[in-house]
Design a protein around this ligand. Structure first.
Ligand code: ADP
Ligand code: MG
Ligand code: MG
Length: 195
């Protein structure tokens, strides 16, 4: 089965719309409150770009929108992830392998640029378990469960990277917004891949 990249991104955009208020609230607690806007706008711009350029590979369009236009720390980092996934899917003969490779390489790029380690309370904490699940041959649904569990577990972490590191213990008990937003990508992947 071939996963429809445009449908996946539209599903992700709908999820980000629905979660906008919750993501904003999370970033108000641990950051500056703009993560819900950044993710929602990035995905709205992506959907608009897909409508305007339907012949281009959808994941590549999304990657360049996030790299070029989306603000916050998260915008360019998500752009690196989506671009790596796009490249890997283009190169792979097996789609499932392509996703595993893309997430692995996207995570590596995010860590090269952002220097966050697992346990720093960032999107890395959702990506590491998702990468491990996909590398181990798990289903997309299990990949999504791993990402969601990783995001939820950030509620117990004191931040060492990003703005959340300035607020000390205030964010304890609430999950990291970026990790939560990344988990929605894997949720959308599972929805579209295994409806
Ligand atoms: P900003 O802090 O610039 O307002 P956003 O609100 O767009 O950025 O994104 C915040 C999210 O970015 C955090 O919840 C975290 O998941 C992620 N993040 C912050 N710093 C890093 C980093 N160094 N590496 C990976 N992810 C990071
Ligand atoms: Mg923010
Ligand atoms: Mg900001």
């Amino acid at each position: 089965m071939t996963i429809d990249q445009a449908q996946l991104l539209r599903t992700y955009a709908e999820a980000a719309d629905t979660a906008h208020q919750a993501l904003t609230a999370l970033d108000q607690i641990s950051g500056d409150g703009d993560f819900g806007d950044n993710l929602r706008e990035g995905l709205r711009w992506t959907v608009a770009a897909l409508d305007a350029r339907p012949q281009e590979p959808a994941m590549a369009v999304a990657g360049s929108v996030f790299l070029d236009k989306v603000g916050g720390t998260s915008g360019p980092l998500i752009g690196l992830l989506l671009s790596a996934i796009s490249r890997a899917l283009t190169d792979a003969s097996d789609e499932r392998e392509g996703w595993a490779t893309g997430v692995r390489e996207g995570l590596a790029a995010i860590q090269r640029v952002g220097e966050a380690e697992p346990g720093d309370r960032t999107m890395v904490d959702a990506l590491v378990p998702a990468r491990d699940a996909l590398d181990a041959g798990a289903s997309y649904a299990d990949g999504a469960r791993a990402a969601l569990a990783g995001a939820a577990a950030t509620a117990d972490i004191r931040a060492r990277r990003g703005r959340a590191s300035y607020v000390g213990d205030r964010a304890l008990g609430t999950p990291d917004p970026g990790a939560t937003g990344i988990a929605l990508l894997f949720w959308a992947l599972a929805r579209v891949a295994e409806p």
